[in-house]
Design a protein around this ligand. Structure first.
Ligand code: CO
Length: 141
């Protein structure tokens, strides 16, 4: 069911500091501007790599879902992995049929790439928070 690895989500207390790490230390050449997703409680910035992306996420607002993660991991750390799927509803239903727990209402939300996403509970995914994202219709992104 899963297609390509779209990105790895990294939570950070400071996107600016993390961008310095990826560009100045690791030598990444391409970073998107930071933008907010208020309904999801995060600031987001993508580091573009040849074969994938790193999604840097920083808390936005008091109710950000990543405050808890940063309380446990004050320097930040790996938060989730995101795989592409062809059809988000079919993927959700298949995951549920296999016993996995979909976070939230289970209704897909629009993610940072403008396509529908869901998150699967890490307890059913070997301890890894898994984001499933419908592939953008224009193959190049
Ligand atoms: Co993500």
């Amino acid at each position: 069911m899963i297609g390509r690895l779209n990105h790895i989500g990294i939570a950070t207390p400071s996107i600016e500091e993390s961008v310095k790490l990826y560009t100045e230390v690791l030598g990444a050449k391409s970073v998107t501007p930071k933008f907010s997703m208020p309904e999801q409680g995060v600031w987001v910035c993508f580091v573009n790599l040849e074969n994938s992306q790193i999604e840097l996420i920083e808390p936005y607002g008091e109710n950000s879902p990543i405050h808890g993660f940063l309380a446990k991991n004050p320097k930040g750390g790996q938060h989730h992995v995101c795989f592409e799927v062809a059809d988000i509803i079919a993927a959700r239903d298949e995951m549920r049929a296999k016993g996995a727990t979909i976070l939230g209402t289970g209704e897909p939300r629009i993610g940072a790439h403008g396509t529908p996403i869901i998150f699967v509970h890490p307890k059913d995914m070997g301890g890894v928070l898994v984001e499933l994202m419908e592939s953008p219709k224009d193959a190049h992104h």
